[in-house]
Design a protein around this ligand. Sequence first.
Ligand code: ATP
Ligand code: MG
Length: 258
Amino acid sequence: MTEVSVAKDTAPAADGLVVLKNVNKHFGALHVLQDIDLTIARGEVVVVIGPSGSGKSTLCRTINRLETIDSGDISIDGRPLPQEGKELARLRADVGMVFQSFNLFAHKTVLENVMLGQVKVRKADKKAAEEKARALLDRVGVGTQADKYPAQLSGGQQQRVAIARALAMDPKVMLFDEPTSALDPEMINEVLDVMQQLARDGMTMVVVTHEMGFARSAANRVVFMADGRIVEEAAPEQFFSNPRSDRAKDFLSKILHH
Ligand SMILES: Nc1ncnc2c1ncn2[C@@H]1O[C@H](COP(=O)(O)OP(=O)(O)OP(=O)(O)O)[C@@H](O)[C@H]1O
Ligand SMILES: [Mg+2]
């Protein structure tokens, strides 16, 4: 097999908030992340796309160390990822994560869900945590749902609560792993709108998504993965109108014609 060179159309980020250098990861015999080099600048929005099994979720999970890596380096804001303990807890709080499934605490109200991490990890006092939680719930458009339990909310509302909960920790970067793919179609936009606004507000974001409209309008850069590698990265316009690799062309022809 010939080596595929990575096509780069964007200038290297000068101010790397999240930096992955030569990262490798295996699951048994499977080489899921292969020589990943990725620098995400402060305020940058990077959309990660690629076929199922290409390593997108694993990439996200290594950034907040839900997965360990076999070799290479990852740093956040100039500091290497801590291995364990308090340092790791702090790092996790710096890296907000929103998954496909909402992962809210079912036995806590919406308000409590957004207060919890602030009190437990950030050691905020309850009153301040509540004020902040209410402001964030308003910001994502679910302020009136504060006293309900997650099961009483729609999927789109729950996902917006999950975003508010992550934001409550004042993360340096937000990772989104297919945040809208479990939602009914009519709820997708309400979540994407919140993400658009976050991007406009300058949040550094890594977003795994099949929502190409979002990628086009919100991303500074698209990273295309296949078989554990970054095959191509480019500005959205460039990537969608003129993908360079056959893998990306093939992938785009499948998703854009469905
Ligand atoms: N905990 C695990 N143990 C073993 N193999 C795993 C584990 N997690 C993921 N894999 C495998 O690693 C590869 C990459 O998985 P990953 O979930 O990162 O892909 P993905 O690009 O997010 O795919 P999808 O688009 O389906 O979400 C897949 O082949 C998957 O089966
Ligand atoms: Mg995935």
